[in-house]
Design a protein around this ligand. Structure first.
Ligand code: ADP
Ligand code: ZN
Length: 295
């Protein structure tokens, strides 16, 4: 196929893995490299080597970076493009965007989940929508929301995975968030599930899934009443591997919303898996890189 789409270098920085991707679109991926997320010097050094090679062998028109946060995204700040105060050991105050400036191409940086939302909007299950939320359930719980086609950005990026939600009756398990204990991330991230379950494989019918489903359903309820999204996508390592989780979350959210007006016109499938599957995150970096060219 002859194509005019520009070649973009992207990176999705996750708490467990970093994915470098060189692509024009979901159908035109030149190369994709998965790296384990270790300390910043090691991991970003490995990323540098991949990007240097791509720059030499292919060139690229822009760079898109989707990262776990919190991130400093205000361009007026001297710390623009830095990961700030993250619970992830060793990664607080790590400059990200400035590391790639020497390539001399436009750079877009946003959260991994805003990137994934942009990819779903461009190529996936939310095509053409201006109001949507992408939830990741993996190392952490993150939400990337577009409202009126713009990501939420106040003093900093929104961290909606840290909302507090009502618990299942009788459930007082403390949760694992270092800051809040039983916020949504503290109850539903991969580490929370592992801590609550203990060692060994987790059965699909483990009773501990119910509080995970509940926490995510309450998050969905809160997103519906605050953002009025047309579509909510749930991705990430936990959601993509636990069959039935997304359906259970949607059922619980519908029950909780109880026909309230924000929920009235929502289609039955308003909470689904990403159309791009596990590629939503990596392609999010490409979508951000394309946004950088349009700025
Ligand atoms: P990242 O957060 O780096 O983007 P993932 O979204 O793949 O990576 O999430 C990885 C996390 O998800 C790890 O903590 C892993 O243990 C957890 N995880 C993946 N699948 C499951 C599952 N079926 N049950 C519980 N935890 C899971
Ligand atoms: Zn928290």
């Amino acid at each position: 196929m002859v194509t005019a789409a520009p070649l973009i270098a992207g990176i999705e920085i996750g708490g467990t893995k970093c994915i470098c991707i060189l692509a024009r679109s979901p159908e035109e991926i030149v190369e994709q490299v998965r790296l384990d997320t270790r300390d910043p010097a090691t991991t970003l050094g490995e990323v540098d080597a991949v990007f240097d090679r791509w720059h030499r062998d292919h060139g690229f028109a822009s760079i898109g970076i989707g990262s776990f946060g919190p991130l400093e995204l205000n361009r007026a700040s001297p710390d623009f493009g830095t990961i700030v105060s993250t619970p992830k050991p060793g990664w607080s105050d790590t400059p990200i965007a400035s590391r790639f400036e020497h390539f001399g191409v436009p750079i877009a940086l946003d959260t991994d989940v805003v990137g994934a939302a942009r990819a779903e909007q461009r190529w996936g299950a939310a095509r053409g929508m201006t109001d949507l939320a992408y939830i990741t359930v993996g190392t952490g719980v993150g939400v990337g929301a577009l409202v009126g086609d713009r990501p939420i950005l106040g003093r900093g990026n929104a961290e909606m995975g840290h909302m507090r939600v009502s618990r299942l009756p009788g459930d007082d398990w403390p949760g694992v968030c270092r800051f809040h204990g039983d916020c949504v991330e503290g109850l539903a991230c991969g580490g929370a599930i592992a801590a609550r379950h203990g060692p060994g494989p987790i059965a699909a019918d483990w009773p501990g899934w119910a509080p995970v489903e509940n926490a995510l359903a309450m998050l969905v309820h809160n997103l519906v009443v605050t953002l009025q999204p047309q579509q909510i996508l749930i991705g990430g390592g936990v959601a993509s591997s636990q069959e039935g989780l997304i359906d259970a979350v949607r059922r619980r959210a519908v029950e909780s919303l109880a026909g309230y007006y924000t929920a009235r016109d929502l289609p039955d499938d308003f909470v689904i898996a990403p159309g791009l599957g596990t590629q939503a995150g990596p392609l999010g970096a490409i979508a951000l890189g394309l946004c950088a060219l349009q700025r």
